[in-house]
Design a protein around this ligand. Structure first.
Ligand code: ADP
Ligand code: MG
Length: 336
């Protein structure tokens, strides 16, 4: 015989399949569940970056590490977003795939019309040189130590045989505020200056997207603020899409959208907008959303799960304009 929750059993026959009534709700009328679905656009249509159910499994000896487990992410053209998440949550793995340096084990990724899982060698080379620019945390990884600042910026253009590369490199140095450092090698530049030069290198071939993996991780807070301000300027003035992985709340709180990754999936998004009052004062309103994937899955915040001791099973109830989530009291009552 099936087990019933006391006081909540349904009126169906005693041995039939169990139907447990949901907790009483203040809403009286039930919404119509069956309604015609409007035709949906294809997932990610119109977005510059589309990550569709990305899975990345690393095999180390006999072990499998699932770094991404069905991650969805859309980034619009001209957006600047921050990606946050605990160490090991899959942020760098994601950037490596978007940057064309790594391939997902499953799923699809498209950037500016390039299908990253289908690219041949030539398209991949083109993609890495022309479509994305990458900025790493380790300043030393971004620049060649034996080249001067201006030569470092010219390098991606040498590979592309651009004739006006010196002129453009000097313009970019000017843009990042280092016109007077053209002849300096990285060792004669401060950490912040090296990151500025690295931003100029990343911009050399006018990429559609700049990917930055904790670019301010090795900098003090003032310098990190300046580096971030420069990325914002690049985003605003050149309309380059910027995806920045960061631990720094000063950074993540200043972009319009912050995407949080947990256990290899996007778990929540915080959207910010500025509201202006009549007296000219303004305030930034931040709102956090859980991310619902296309299969209907969402991750509840850990704090919610713990506050109500949710585990294993929850009850869901569809209301007129929301869905309620209740703990499965039978579990708690049984001490499970
Ligand atoms: P994050 O950048 O958020 O710290 P990563 O993407 O670097 O996270 O790593 C996600 C998970 O994948 C971690 O468990 C990490 O140990 C593992 N991982 C990352 N790179 C490799 C690799 N090359 N080989 C094996 N495991 C890896
Ligand atoms: Mg990382």
């Amino acid at each position: 015989m099936t087990h019933r929750a006391p006081g909540r059993s349904s009126a169906t026959g005693s041995d039939g399949p169990e139907i447990v009534e949901l907790p009483p709700s203040p809403t009286v009328s039930r919404p119509a569940v069956e309604h015609a679905r409007p035709a949906r656009p294809r997932f990610g249509e119109g977005a510059l970056i589309v990550c569709d159910n990305l899975v990345r499994i690393y095999k180390v000896a006999d072990l499998e590490v699932v770094a991404l487990q069905g991650l969805d992410l859309l980034v619009g053209e001209g957006e600047m977003i921050a990606i946050v998440g605990a160490s090991g949550s899959g942020k760098s793995t994601l950037l490596g795939i978007i940057g064309g340096l790594d391939l997902p084990s499953a799923g699809r990724a498209t950037v500016a019309g390039h299908d990253l899982t289908q690219m041949g060698r030539r398209e991949r080379t083109f993609y890495r040189r022309r479509v994305v620019g990458i900025l790493w945390q380790q300043t030393a990884r971004n620049l060649l130590s034996y080249l001067t600042a201006v030569e470092n910026i010219e390098l991606p253009m040498v590979l592309d045989r651009r004739a006006d590369r010196r002129r453009r490199a000097l313009e970019l140095l000017d843009l990042v505020g280092l016109a007077d450092r053209a002849g300096h090698r990285p060792e004669r530049l401060s950490g912040g200056e090296q990151q500025r030069v690295a931003i100029a290198v990343a911009l050399a071939n006018q990429p559609a997207v700049i990917l930055a993996d904790e670019p301010t991780g090795e900098l003090d807070s003032t310098t990190s603020g300046e580096t971030f301000a420069l990325l914002r300027q690049v985003n605003a003035e050149l309309a380059t899409t910027v995806v920045i992985v960061t631990h720094d709340p000063l950074v993540s709180e200043q972009v319009q959208r912050t995407v949080a990754i947990r256990d290899g999936r996007t778990s929540s998004e915080t959207l910010r907008r500025t509201e202006f009052a009549d007296d000219g004062n303004h305030q930034v309103i931040a709102e956090e959303f859980a991310v619902l994937d296309r299969a209907g899955r969402l991750q509840l915040p850990r704090s919610h799960v713990e506050a109500l001791h949710l585990q294993n099973r929850v009850r869901l109830r569809l209301e007129e304009d929301h869905v309620g989530v209740w703990p499965d009291r039978r579990d708690t009552e049984a001490g499970r």
